[in-house]
Write a protein that binds this ligand. Structure first.
Ligand code: ATP
Ligand code: MG
Length: 347
């Protein structure tokens, strides 16, 4: 069946088509490692699509949020620059999108205080995504940050009054909290003379989950990913060692044959073909033939992106300039929102 969130997302796609200028988008990533094929097909391509439609976009590199599920953020600067590289390579245009690091915008953390006052401990505790992340955390103990980061995300969204947040299913509880905070702030403090916070909509990603080399969700933190930036040989090696199953006949059947189907899907996404047809073409030639098809499709599809990434990687000064400008734009917007918040609170 179709969920209410899916129905709303379909409606939003229609509105985007008709009137893209009414939307401001907030998206982002944690700088925990290089983006991989799951991110590329799951979120990056969609951001580039929305940018191409003319939507205004803010992209937060959520560096403080790295600390939600681990004690120390390793090589944060390197990972931040790596994310900027991945964005530019995928086609994000820094003249149109504001790319910034959370830690470079202090007003975000000041917005957090009134926002935290608007929600209850019970509301934070029952967040199913946080519960799941606590179960998988590598922290020595569950920190206050793990517990409260959905409120930080609310600040990331509300500081720029974004009204559209492209998300996966797991982010829906966080977005609901953001909507609650926006609504309660507007109710409690009124809006004049400031403009009210919009209650942002989730734009659910249609992209299916890609699995990693070990057959579980491809993830930056699990060592099972094929990075967008990997070269052709490394891609071949990683695809070759990806788990499959014992059935020589290749079919697209995600429910019963997740590992094989994820490989089929990856080739289909790269070739822009129906996965059933990709599987049928391989038929009884087995996993080795499937992997050869996947490797070739990925390497061909990503070649221009990887070439562009290498060019940007050679120009660190430009990268830092992109970030400096994005940080500055984000700071100006956040400072102005914080001024409105303080005025509304009569501080
Ligand atoms: P981290 O290790 O920092 O948690 P991650 O690799 O697990 O990173 P997510 O935090 O899950 O990445 O990624 C953010 C978004 O990227 C997801 O909501 C989803 O839209 C997309 N994404 C990530 N991994 C995949 C995947 N394997 N398949 C499809 N989409 C993905
Ligand atoms: Mg994750």
């Amino acid at each position: 069946g179709v969920s209410p969130a899916q129905r709303r997302s379909a409606e939003l796609e229609g509105l985007i088509e008709r009137d893209p200028r009414r939307f401001r988008v907030l998206t982002g990533d944690r700088p925990t490692g290089p983006l991989h094929l799951g991110h590329y097909f799951g979120t990056l391509r969609n951001r580039v699509r929305l940018q191409g439609r003319g939507l205004e976009m803010f992209i937060v590199i959520a560096d403080y949020q790295v600390l939600t599920d681990r004690d120390v953020a390793e090589n944060p600067r390197e990972h931040v620059e790596g994310l900027v590289l991945d964005y530019l390579a995928a086609g994000i245009d820094p003249a149109r999108a504001t790319i910034f690091a959370h830690s470079a915008v202090p007003a975000l953390n000041q917005l957090l205080l009134p926002f935290l006052s608007l929600i209850s401990v019970a509301e934070l505790s029952r967040n199913p995504t946080v519960k799941d992340e606590i179960a998988h955390s590598r922290q020595s103990a569950v920190s206050g940050l793990m517990f409260t980061y959905p409120a930080h995300q609310a600040a990331d969204v509300l500081f720029c009054k974004a009204n559209l947040v492209p998300v996966g299913q797991d982010q829906l509880p966080h977005l609901e909290l953001t909507r609650t905070i926006a609504r309660r702030f507007n109710e409690r403090y009124g809006t004049a003379p400031a403009s009210p916070f919009p209650e942002p909509d989730a734009l659910l990603s249609a992209a299916p989950l890609l699995l990693g080399t070990d057959g579980t969700k491809m993830s930056k933190s699990r060592g099972n990913a094929i990075a967008l930036a990997a070269d052709a040989d490394e891609t071949a090696r990683l695809v070759r060692r990806t788990v499959t199953d014992g059935d020589r006949h290749i079919a697209y059947d995600p429910a019963n044959r997740p590992a094989v189907s994820s490989l089929v899907l990856l080739a289909a996404l790269c070739l822009d073909r129906d996965p059933h047809l990709v599987a049928a073409d391989i038929g009884d030639r087995g996993a080795a033939a499937l992997k050869a098809t996947v490797t070739e499709a990925v390497n061909e599809h990503l070649a221009p992106i990887r070439a562009r990434r290498a060019e940007y990687a050679a120009d660190r000064a430009y990268l830092r300039e992109v970030l400096r400008e994005g940080n500055e734009r984000a700071r100006a917007v956040a400072d102005s929102t914080l001024d409105e918040v303080r005025a509304a609170m009569r501080m």
